[in-house]
Design a protein around this ligand. Structure first.
Ligand code: UDX
Length: 459
């Protein structure tokens, strides 16, 4: 396949993965149909608007539309029948029992199958439980059409979705024939070739250290599926490990940031994902950890280690509450508390399983007077907030006269501003609760605020 008019791709699902992939493929010269059954979403994208906040995405949508390379549509027929490669990027929410809900994955495969031509490559980017690909491949085989199924798991992070797609560290291809691997190799080769150009048109800053590693890792389909679940679960495990040590550091008087900097300097361990704090949230880690546990259960394998990871993570907002109760001597009633940050991480408006929201609701349950602010996530957070939580339209309004300011998301505006700004808008003593351990303790104290971190020896 060539990066010219012969190269036609369909991407099913306009979520983080689907939208980021489509605008990047379009930027690399492919004609990309972005298919979603949500007509409202498609209408927005056609107008050049992103359905969620993600750095640079709006610019690349506009660029794709202007060049005629990006074609948003709700019609499978229009998109799929013209495409050589179809990427499935639909959502895989978790079911109430923790297993992965694959309804959309199978719906997309069945719908696409109606229109795929012989020779089409169907690439699964959605995170699925182990064994899903084999089922879809046999569904394709039964249809009598020659459609090849591969697993091509996605490792992008929200907030840096475009940068991760442009500067990928590995491409995993499960089940690919030589021809299929060749197509994927060529596609990502084009992305690599055009990435500087795409990035600069959207103001995306390249990573400091461009990722190195295996370019394409070819595996069987089940290995590729398990790789995705295992990779995310391992990262979640690192975070829960850091949080467990943080609780000990608090009691023992150590500083978790110092400990993890030293521990992580061993290249066998690595510093990444050892940041202790209010725990992980989002649409991936919580779901992928429970998906791995459910998959293991299905195969009669115990996954106690990941259950412990879940338990530690779930305990973190409660742990912060315990620290607050301790600090305010059990009296939070009527106290003005500001929460800064409602998205599950900086750089995104996504509020799924967001610790900032959990903290706001826990504080309301403790009868505190709770004000919240986030630069991008107010709209998405609203339905999840208790009605007594008071949303504010600015940081200043949220922190005015607060007894405690909880920085729950590390938005640059929150962590890089002068600490004295916080001090000037409150009456001492004001407590700064550094829920992600991003502040320098001395600077906070020098500015006249009290400091509370997570695992920084101040319990
Ligand atoms: C994750 C994976 O990183 C990505 O490879 C995969 O494709 C999707 O899932 P994402 O959920 O977007 O990406 O965010 P990530 O940056 O991994 O952070 C997840 C959560 O962990 C956030 O709430 C973040 O604040 C938290 N976190 C991260 C920590 O608490 N400590 C850390 O050290 C790192």
């Amino acid at each position: 396949m060539k990066a010219n008019s012969d190269g036609v791709i369909s991407v099913i699902g306009a979520g983080y993965v689907g939208l980021a992939s489509s605008v990047v493929f379009a930027g690399a010269g492919y004609k990309v149909y972005l298919v979603d059954i949500d007509k409202h979403k498609i209408k927005l994208i056609k107008k050049g608007e992103a359905p969620f906040y993600e750095t640079g995405i709006q610019d690349l949508i506009k660029r794709g539309l202007d060049k005629g390379n990006l074609i948003p549509t709700d019609s499978y027929a229009e998109a799929i029948s013209n495409s050589h490669i179809v990427f499935s990027c639909v959502g895989t929410p978790d079911s109430p029992d923790g297993s992965t809900n694959l309804q959309y994955v199978f719906d997309a495969a069945n719908e696409a199958l109606k229109y795929m031509q012989n020779g089409t490559l169907y690439a699964q980017k959605s995170t699925v439980s182990v064994g899903t690909g084999v089922k879809i491949a046999s569904l394709f085989a039964k249809s009598g059409k020659h459609v090849e199924y591969i697993s091509n798991p996605e490792f992008l992070r929200e907030g840096t979705a475009l940068r991760d797609t442009l500067w990928f560290d590995r491409i995993v291809v499960g089940n690919g024939s030589r021809k299929a691997i060749g197509h994927i190799f060529e596609l990502y080769g084009q992305v690599e070739k055009w990435r500087q150009d795409i990035a600069s048109s959207a103001g995306i800053v390249p990573p400091d250290n461009a990722p190195v590693g295996e370019y394409i890792i070819a595996t069987n389909v089940k290995s590729a599926e398990l790789t995705k679940l295992a990779a995310n679960s391992f990262l979640a495990l690192k975070i829960s490990f850091a949080n467990s040590i943080a609780k000990l550091a608090d009691k023992a008087g150590a500083d978790i940031n110092e400990v993890m900097a030293a521990v992580g300097s061993d290249p066998r361990i690595g510093r990444d994902f050892l940041n202790a704090g209010r725990g992980y949230g989002g649409g991936c880690f919580p779901k992928d950890v429970s998906g791995l546990i459910a998959s293991a259960l299905e195969h009669g394998v115990d996954m106690d280690i990941m259950e412990a990871v879940q338990d530690v993570n779930a305990s973190m907002p409660g742990y912060i509450m315990e620290k607050l109760q301790n600090y305010f001597q059990g009296n939070l009633k009527g106290r003005k508390m500001a929460i800064l940050g409602l998205s599950f991480k900086a750089g995104t408006s996504d509020t799924r399983r967001s610790p900032g929201i959990t903290l706001a609701n826990l504080l309301v349950a403790a009868d505190a007077d709770v004000r919240v602010y986030d630069p991008e996530a107010m709209v998405e957070a609203a339905p999840q907030l208790h009605q007594k939580v008071q949303p504010q339209s600015s940081l200043s309004a949220a922190i005015k006269d607060a007894a405690a300011i909880l920085v729950a998301t590390d938005w640059p505006d929150f962590i890089h501003r002068e600490v004295s700004d916080y001090r000037q808008q409150t009456q001492p003593p004001t407590l700064l609760v550094d829920c992600m351990n991003r502040f320098d303790i001395l600077s906070v104290k020098r500015a006249g605020l009290e400091y509370m971190g997570i695992g920084r020896g101040d319990f």
